[in-house]
Write a protein that binds this ligand. Structure first.
Ligand SMILES: *Cc1c(COP(=O)(O)O)cnc(C)c1O
Length: 295
């Protein structure tokens, strides 16, 4: 299935609009069922550069549940590249649905033990072959941020006072910061526990002075990366029933939950207009038992 940029639209979220605050969401998830919206944006300039360099194989890194790895495998396949995924962990455990999917798109998986995995540079040295193009983990790099900067020009977002996204590596948030208008504040909801260094990581990526128009909010990780206790699932079911919005357990459900809670706590000035970014990731819900969610 091809990438459908024209499917992207803004959806109002009445159940997250309260206390004089209007909340809408930009549905990047609709570009493709597997290659989640934000991953597509983050990859596109790497792929362009790979093509310009006459690359034959895209190489990348990720964990067993990495949306980035599946997106990379798919993007490689449709662009005529081979792909190799360097996967954190042990190859003897059964493959996750994410990795099976990546394999289905022709990716060759190489498992790297957790200790070795920490040193990406060493892995790159050890495994590099002519024709390889290495994409940083999670797309974290200037080309990734440049791609994410294009998110806000898919449709007119100028009426919003706040743009709010979930953050993993912070690459998407960096791109949003680069393209936001002066009256807009960018807010990131971290899905990693105590990821306080994210502000420095974003600053390092942007490489130019960033103003005060951004903030990273912590405390909505529900116990840590990919943790999804029952209250989060209950919230996801409610959001589907009230606003027909599908969310994923790793990123977008935590984003929506955080926004609802922050509104209740008067975090946003009255009359704010919030635009959430639905960054995709819905295929990650496949790790739940079937029937757990109504979508
Ligand atoms: C990868 C991912 C993110 C995080 O993006 P970063 O650029 O790493 O911060 C957010 N949402 C979804 C659905 C993702 O798959």
């Amino acid at each position: 299935m091809l990438i459908n940029i024209q499917n992207i639209h803004i959806q109002p979220l009445p159940s997250l609009s309260d206390k004089g605050i209007q909340t809408d969401i930009l549905r990047l998830d609709l570009v493709h069922p597997v290659i989640s919206g934000n991953k597509w944006f983050k990859l596109k300039y790497y792929i362009e550069e790979a093509r310009n360099q006459g690359t034959s194989c895209l190489a990348g890194f990720g964990g067993a549940y990495s949306n980035h790895i599946v997106a990379l495998a798919y993007a490689a396949q449709i662009n005529g590249f081979r792909s190799r995924g360097f996967i954190r962990g042990d190859e003897n455990t059964p493959l996750s649905s994410t990795l099976l999917e990546a394999k289905g798109y022709g990716m060759e998986l190489i498992f790297i033990d957790r200790n070795t995995y920490r040193n990406k540079e060493a892995i790159t040295h050890q495994y590099h072959q002519p024709g390889y193009y290495w994409i940083p983990e999670g797309g974290y790099g200037i080309l990734g941020a440049k791609g994410a900067a294009d998110i806000l020009s898919v449709t007119d977002c100028s009426a919003y006072s706040h743009i709010i996204c979930a953050t993993g590596t912070g690459t998407m948030m960096s791109g949003l910061l680069l393209s936001a208008q002066p009256h807009q504040k960018i807010i990131g909801i971290s899905v990693l526990k105590n990821h306080i260094s994210i502000v420095d990581e974003i600053k390092a990526l942007i490489g130019q002075p960033v103003g005060t128009n951004f903030e990273c909010v912590h405390g909505y990780d529900f116990g840590g990366y990919a943790k999804h206790p029952e209250p989060l699932l209950t919230f996801m079911r409610g959001l589907w029933q009230q606003d027909q919005l599908p969310t994923d357990i790793v990123y977008t459900a935590k984003l929506c939950y955080a926004v609802k809670d922050l509104i209740a706590k008067h975090f946003f000035p009255e009359n704010s207009k919030l635009l959430l970014i639905h960054s995709g990731g819905l295929q990650g819900n496949r790790s739940l038992a079937p029937g757990n969610l109504p979508f």
